[in-house]
Design a protein around this ligand. Structure first.
Ligand SMILES: [Ca+2]
Length: 411
């Protein structure tokens, strides 16, 4: 049995490291670890040990690790210095460490995400730049093709090279598809004011009626284009009408720049514009409809014939002159129906749309360009604008039509 004694609150023993020391001593000395078999062992029962017998590993005579080894060789109740930290403080240290790790992980994840976004943006910019270069090249291709075609003939039809389109062509890092369309295969909405003929008004009224749209809305379109501020009746609209809208705006009082502008005109909805879009165009000068390239719906509106009666006209393509068209169409017209004025239709075109689809990486671009061809001169690009890809546009139109139908059903 080892010798033990208790003095001044100390429970000190040989062979056993059990002891009890007051809190103030623990704080002052900060050491509870020693063993009789180790050099530098001391008894804490002495009143003077704080002054004269500081533990050797505190004075540098015994390594701290050696002192702490006491607990490993039998002094079970003699803890190491590290275990001298209160349990509450150890918990705080653990939570602090976990917080530091969490913050470091969050920062690392944020930095990684930021870099990924930056890389994606850089890649998108690169893809877009490549698409722009290819688009410009496609426009040059279209101009060359149209100019070459104009040198060989004066009429235009869908059997000529420009109408065959550009099949999907792989280019470095992407793909290109191009198509040229005759802008004069549609009714030029600016004719209503630029030429202001009865035939042009008749064609537009026929187009509206064919799409179940009030034909009197022609007055709102003409008011939008004409330079004055006098409203036509019925259904005309000028500044005074548009300025009373929740979001007020003024009429253009000039030719339309694109068919999209029709959405702003009084009485027209997006769904109505989408119905009319395949049959309309907006060109800067009055133009004739090219019978060789117009779809059946436009020919039906042009000659005031049902779509079912258009087949003989289409089968007679290509026509070489307006008189040839008249010879073909006149017998098809009923009694009392006149041929439209001669300037309303023709066989040649000066305006063409060039649609270019590009695919580079994740970037899909669809661009429409309006080209004016002038005989004896190089064709000019009048404007080009970005469009939604055809499949996206079709899905959007479908959604608009569905919303329009459901809104009509609730009324
Ligand atoms: Ca006006």
């Amino acid at each position: 049995m080892a010798k033990t004694y208790l003095k001044n609150g100390f429970h000190v023993g040989w062979g056993e490291a059990r002891y009890a020391e007051p809190q103030h001593v623990r704080r002052r000395v900060g050491v509870r670890c020693a063993h009789p078999n180790l050099p530098g062992y001391f008894e804490m029962g002495s009143k003077n040990y704080l002054k004269n017998s500081l533990p050797p590993y505190l004075t540098g005579r015994v390594p701290r690790s050696t002192a702490c080894a006491a607990s490993r060789i039998g002094a079970r109740s003699a803890p190491c210095i590290s275990s001298n930290v209160p349990r509450r403080e150890r918990g705080v240290a653990l939570i602090t460490a976990m917080l530091v790790v969490a913050i470091a992980a969050t920062v690392a994840a944020y930095v990684s995400l930021d870099q990924q976004v930056w890389l994606r943006q850089a890649q998108n910019l690169s893809d877009r730049a490549q698409a722009e270069v290819v688009r410009a090249a496609a426009e040059e291709w279209a101009i060359t093709l149209l100019d070459k075609d104009a040198k060989n003939r004066t009429d235009d039809d869908l059997t000529q090279n420009w109408a065959k389109g550009l099949p999907p062509i792989p280019v470095e890092g992407g793909q290109l598809t191009g198509q040229i369309m005759d802008a004069q295969g549609r009714f030029n909405i600016n004719n209503l004011v630029l030429r202001n003929s009865a035939s042009d008004k008749g064609v537009f009224r026929n187009l509206l009626e064919a799409q179940s749209i009030d034909p009197n809305l022609i007055n709102a379109v003409m008011d939008w284009i004409d330079p004055d501020s006098d409203s036509r009746t019925p259904d005309g609209a000028e500044d005074i009408d548009y300025l009373q809208l929740p979001t007020p705006y003024r009429t253009a009082n000039q030719p339309m720049q694109s068919v999209d502008e029709l959405r702003l005109v009084h009485g027209f909805t997006p769904a109505m514009v989408e119905k009319l879009r395949p049959f309309l165009t907006a060109l800067p000068q009055a133009t004739s409809i090219n019978v060789n390239t117009a779809p059946p719906e436009v020919l039906s509106a042009l000659f005031s014939l049902p779509v079912s009666a258009i087949d003989p006209i289409i089968s007679g393509r290509p026509y070489k002159s307006a008189s040839e068209i008249a010879t073909k169409v006149q017998p098809l017209l009923g009694s009392g129906t006149q041929m439209p004025q001669a300037e309303t239709y023709g066989t040649a075109s000066s305006y063409f749309y060039v649609n270019v689809d590009t695919l580079f990486g994740r970037y899909r671009g669809t661009t429409q360009t309006l080209i004016k061809r002038t005989p004896g001169a190089t064709s000019q690009v009048l404007w080009h604008s970005r469009r939604l890809p055809a499949d996206v546009l079709a899905a959007l139109n479908k959604a608009v039509k569905k919303a329009d139908t459901s809104a009509a059903g609730k009324m």
